[in-house]
Design a protein around this ligand. Structure first.
Ligand code: PLP
Length: 356
């Protein structure tokens, strides 16, 4: 059976990326060695890392005032690493709580300083993005989550603030052209839209660093990683390699404008279909709907189990909603073909015809 991978993360990767990564496990670039066996300080790996960094620069258009790093861990590591590096001992940081990930990020930051939660959409179960922000001038930065993976909301216009802007872009990085220069620090766990789990991409405006006055453990210190060119210790070699291949794929396919064209077409088809079928109930406020993750419920919750069973039968993987949210969620990352969304929409219509 053909599988449609609608997983939220780790999630679908482009077929050619998987094929090249699989070949490199056996024989990397004709070296006769596996990508898993080569040294991280060899020219072979240095070229991989260099291409990954250059591709990020190509896609973001950011210059030398920003550093591009590939670091261990998931976005959750950045929840701690960001305040450790940016929040002074007695400082204050502003956070948006528009969903579970932003909420977690704020809690970690509170271990390092004072956190001012300047947006909170929990009154409506995070089905919208609270965009009216009162950010104190003295805040060291404002933290936003550009795409709320779990709740299915996305910022479509970023807040215009006077303090440095920090963003968790884990689930919508490189999904469309983005004014990257508006941000001072961007991080993304790779496993949603740009690669395999185990690596974070971090982009930092260098002038922001070195101002906290606190001792930072070496492995957590962005400045030391910058000085070492992401090679302070053994990086997650394979995960960096898969990111490099995915970034190369994005560029070869036509870059961010093409990703946007595809993602908007997929999202339009899915949301239009959901809106046209009263059996289903998309919960997110229209203007905040995510291109990447669509959350919806069945009007009759009693039908949910049978709907999910039909998805399974049809090879639709990953439709069940997040454990704390319930309902259904489908993820439409860059690599998901339009045909998978068409197949899913056929299933929605068939289900509605039987139960409408
Ligand atoms: C998945 C996700 C995370 C958590 O990532 P880990 O790699 O599991 O730490 C954080 N933020 C966002 C927006 C995510 O989508």
């Amino acid at each position: 059976m053909f599988l449609h991978n609608l997983n939220s993360g780790p999630s679908i990767l482009p077929r050619p990326v998987l094929e090249e990564a699989a070949a490199a496990i056996h024989n990397f670039n004709g070296t006769g060695l596996s990508i898993l066996e080569i040294g991280h300080r060899t020219t072979h790996f240095m070229e991989v890392l260099e291409e990954a960094i250059q591709s990020v620069r190509t896609l973001t258009g950011l210059g030398d005032d920003y550093a591009v790093l590939f670091l261990h861990g998931g976005a959750t590591t950045q929840f701690m690493q960001v305040p450790m590096n940016l929040l002074p001992q007695n400082g204050l940081a502003a956070y948006c709580d528009n969903g579970i990930w932003g909420n977690k990020a704020a809690k970690e930051a509170a271990l390092f300083g004072t956190v001012d939660v300047v947006a909170d959409s929990s009154d409506q179960k995070h089905t919208y993005i609270q965009k009216d922000l009162l950010v104190p001038d003295k805040a060291s930065y404002l933290h936003i989550t550009t795409n709320n993976t779990v709740e299915g909301t996305q910022w479509h216009q970023y807040p215009d603030v006077q303090v440095p802007l920090v963003a968790d872009m884990s689930s919508d990085i490189f999904c469309r052209p983005t004014p990257f220069h508006q941000f001072d620090l961007i991080y993304a766990g790779a496993q949603k839209n740009m690669g395999a789990a185990g690596v974070n991409m971090v982009i930092i405006k260098k002038e922001l660093l070195g101002k906290t006055g606190r001792a930072i453990p070496t492995i957590m210190d962005y400045q030391k990683h910058i000085a070492a060119g992401s090679l302070m210790n053994t990086p997650p070699v394979f995960a960096v390699y898969v990111s490099m291949l995915t970034l190369r794929w994005i560029i070869q396919e036509g870059g961010l404008a093409e990703m946007q064209r595809r993602n908007e077409a997929k999202a339009r088809l899915l949301y239009d279909t959901l809106d046209s079928l009263p059996v289903f109930r998309p919960t997110v406020q229209r203007e905040d709907r995510s291109l990447m993750n669509a959350v919806f419920f069945l009007q009759d919750p009693g039908l949910e189990a049978s709907f999910l069973e039909q998805c399974k039968q049809a090879g639709m993987i990953g439709v069940k909603g997040y454990r704390t949210v319930g309902g259904c969620r489908v993820s439409m990352y860059n690599a998901l073909p339009y045909s998978s969304v068409e197949a899913f929409c056929d299933l929605l219509r068939n289900f509605a015809a039987k139960h409408g």
